[in-house]
Ligand binder design. Structure first.
Ligand code: PLP
Length: 418
């Protein structure tokens, strides 16, 4: 198996007939469990945690050979000279993630925001411009609108789903189009083919934050997107016990981000990398259950008389259902909905839930619930919230892997109490 999770990627002639065949691409669960086959120290099945800040050299000749190789851009036997420039446990995770996304390379960071901010700082020149779709993670929007602005980089925010608005916002100095898919909290799904076509026409790069989908439900690189970002804190790690981020794309681009990471320093630590690698092994099973729970809960809520509206891309009522059905393998585990009633009615419903934990975040094995008006957007006024589409009676339910029937029974009893 090579580093991309293919047993043999090269075309091979079959012995007797001289036909050309290609070994089948392995399924995502096989890739997530096995990754690249390599010999571990002590014949260990688990990837060792290489807990070190720095690395030794045998002698000056050894050091010179390493420096010379690095100067000419050659692999120096996969080793580094200092922890900020590389770590074997981190590399193992990067290779596993690159295989899952079918990317040339992956780069791990200490958090999703570290990944996004480092990449944008690495790519954008002073005087540059970006276009970003709304209904996105609020800290990404804040980084673009406030922090990049200080460096003379401007940003146009356009409505999600409005491709004409994306194209109209492109200027001579535009370098990058950014979108999430699916988005937070309304699960809007970007038409990736259209998005890439606009970018290619105007010769700008594209970045998609695919945290809500994971490579099991959607693979933007297959559609020609240049850069994919995930908050690995969510589904990839899957256990609500660590923060990490990953950036994926073609090798040259990722190498330039690696250089920036070495300067800016938001590296993942080896213990977190090992936890993430362990979490990844069950990604296939978790996503399967979370997709099932998402669809079942979405359908249950939509049919419930106490519910005003449900947003889930697997429902025919979702504005992007057709696009999602075409480009996604599953619709994910997040369901957003409004309860009939006001802020207080909605809080009463949430407080009556027995299984979901009230917490920010998503993608872990535990179902989490939040009322965005009182959590992520607490400091805004009602009017400011409504301006960015955050209704007072909105609930975001990030489903875990609990039994579907238990989750539905719990929602039913909580709705009966409002
Ligand atoms: C879509 C999305 N992108 C990025 C992030 C940031 O990731 P992290 O919390 O790992 O920094 C989040 C976090 O909630 C998110 O939901």
């Amino acid at each position: 198996m090579n580093h991309n999770g293919h047993f043999e990627e090269e075309l091979t002639d079959t012995a007797d007939e001289g036909e050309t065949t290609r070994a089948p691409r392995l399924g995502p669960s096989t890739q997530a469990v096995h990754g690249e086959r390599h010999a571990n120290p002590y014949h260990s099945v688990a990837e060792p945690i290489v807990q070190t800040a720095t690395y030794t050299f045998e002698d000056t000749a050894d050091l010179s050979a390493f420096m010379e190789a690095r100067m000419w851009g050659r692999e120096a036997n996969g080793r580094s000279e200092y922890g900020r420039y590389g770590n074997p446990t981190v590399t193992a995770v990067e290779q596993r993630l690159a295989a899952l996304e079918d990317a040339g390379a992956a780069l791990l960071f200490s958090s999703g925001m570290a990944a996004i901010s480092t990449v944008l700082l690495a790519m954008l020149p002073t005087g540059g411009h970006i276009v970003i779709t709304d209904d996105c993670y609020r800290r990404t929007r804040e980084f673009c609108l406030k922090f990049l602005k200080r460096l003379g980089i401007t940003c146009s925010v356009v409505p999600m789903g409005d491709h004409a608005a994306i194209e109209a916002a492109i200027q001579d100095n535009t370098r990058l189009l950014i979108s999430e898919s699916p988005t937070n909290p309304y699960l809007r799904v970007l038409d990736l083919e259209n998005f890439v076509a606009i970018a290619k026409k105007h010769r700008v790069k594209t970045l998609v934050d695919a945290t809500f989908a994971t490579p099991l439900n959607q693979r933007p690189l297959d559609f020609g997107v240049d850069i994919v970002v995930h908050s690995a804190t969510k589904y990839l790690a899957g256990h609500n016990d660590l923060l990490a981020g990953v950036v994926l794309g073609e090798e040259g681009l990722i190498a330039s981000f690696k250089n920036a990471l070495g300067v800016m320093g938001a590296v993942a630590d080896p213990h977190n990398a090992a936890l993430l690698l362990r979490g990844l092994k069950t990604l296939g099973l978790r996503i399967e259950r979370q997709n099932t729970n998402g669809q079942a809960v979405g359908e249950f809520l939509e049919a419930h008389p106490a519910i005003e509206q449900v947003w889930y891309p697997g429902l025919a009522s979702h504005p992007d259902h057709a696009v999602a059905a075409q480009q996604m393998q599953g619709f994910g585990g997040v369901v957003s909905f409004t309860v009939k009633g006001d802020l207080q009615t909605t809080s009463r419903f949430i407080d009556a839930l027995q299984i979901p934990l009230m917490a920010a975040s998503l993608g872990g094995v535990e179902t989490l619930v939040e009322q965005p008006a009182l959590m992520s957007f607490y400091e805004l006024s009602t009017e400011e919230r409504l301006e960015i589409g955050i209704r007072e009676n909105l609930v975001r339910l990030a489903l875990g892997i609990e039994d579907t029937d238990d989750l539905i029974a719990d929602l039913d009893q909580a709705l009966a109490q409002i």
